[in-house]
Design a protein around this ligand. Structure first.
Ligand code: KIV
Length: 286
């Protein structure tokens, strides 16, 4: 396998300057990270969507720092060259700046992240500034903030009215001035995404935000078709993994039941003389 050159924040800024889009995907385990390492993906987000797609929760709220630092470390082992984004979970940065810095340090120092992502608006600008002063590169996640699902009243597109759009556009500026190094816009209209992307030098990654951001992020399980059924409008499917996996599970179960697997060839064989000796020993014991 060829080793790839390391993607850094400077790489992402250069991509924006050169108008080359930045592909980003979520990842939650080592084996998948090893595959992503061999791809042209620029960045990997170990998102708190882990709570939904891997743990089966209905929101991201139950995910903890320990959960995410553990799996983020595994993803770093598999994808050493990728720009690795650690996702700070619910209430790991909202309470106070000290806690935010301490928890972000776990992602940076233990898991080897290149930046941490926090779901913020202007009310948390001071926290972003404090993290930035503490040398932590922060990606500010704006628009639909899934950790605020109960305040949003559901997973709804944000910024559809002129006033709401203006608030998000202003928030982006305020967070840039507070020291954020990148932005993530989730579920905002493409017009709002375009205005924000044009008005900042920061790399802007969109999630269900249309074509005008500097890059795009999707949840791996959605783009790979892990589950059957209609994907959300924002998703393009690149595989139908549920079909491949279901066929494989069924074929394996059928083989075991029909005694086609495992065969003797799937295990070790005793040396012939040891087997003969074993037969003698067993015979002696009756
Ligand atoms: O946690 C996550 O996977 C995310 C993406 C949906 C942007 O924040």
């Amino acid at each position: 396998m060829t080793s790839r050159s390391r993607i850094t924040l400077q790489t992402l800024v250069a991509r924006k300057r050169e108008r080359r889009k930045i592909p980003v995907v979520t990842c939650y385990d080592y084996a998948t990270a090893c595959l992503l390492e061999q791809s042209e993906m620029d960045a990997v987000l170990v998102g708190d969507t882990y709570g939904e797609v891997c743990l089966g929760h209905s929101t991201t709220l139950p995910v903890t720092v320990d959960h995410l630092v553990t799996i983020t470390t595994a993803v770093r082992h598999g994808a050493p060259s990728k720009f690795l984004i650690g996702d700070m979970p619910y209430l790991s940065y909202q309470v106070c700046s000290e806690e935010a810095i301490h928890n972000a340090g776990e992602f940076m120092a233990r898991a080897g992240c290149d930046c941490v992502k926090v779901e913020v608006d202007r009310r948390l600008a001071d926290t972003v500034a404090a993290m930035s002063r503490a040398t932590i590169p922060v990606m500010a996640h704006l628009g639909l903030k899934p950790q605020s699902v109960h305040q949003h009243g559901g997973y709804k597109c944000q910024g559809k009215t002129a006033q709401d759009a203006l608030t998000i556009i202003e928030d982006a500026k305020i967070l840039e001035e507070a020291g954020a190094v990148a932005l993530l816009l989730e579920a905002v209209p493409h017009e709002v995404a375009r205005i924000i992307t044009e008005r900042t030098a920061l790399p802007v990654i969109g999630c269900a935000a249309g074509p005008h951001c500097d890059g795009a992020v999707v949840v791996l399980h959605d783009m790979l078709g892990y589950s059957a059924g209609h994907p959300p409008r924002s998703i393009k499917r690149y595989a139908e993994l549920h079909r491949v996996l279901l066929d494989a599970f069924q074929a394996y179960a059928d083989d075991v039941v029909a005694e086609r697997f495992p065969e003797e060839a799937h295990s070790a064989t005793m040396p012939k003389h040891e087997y003969e000796r074993l037969a003698t020993l067993l015979a002696k014991r009756g």
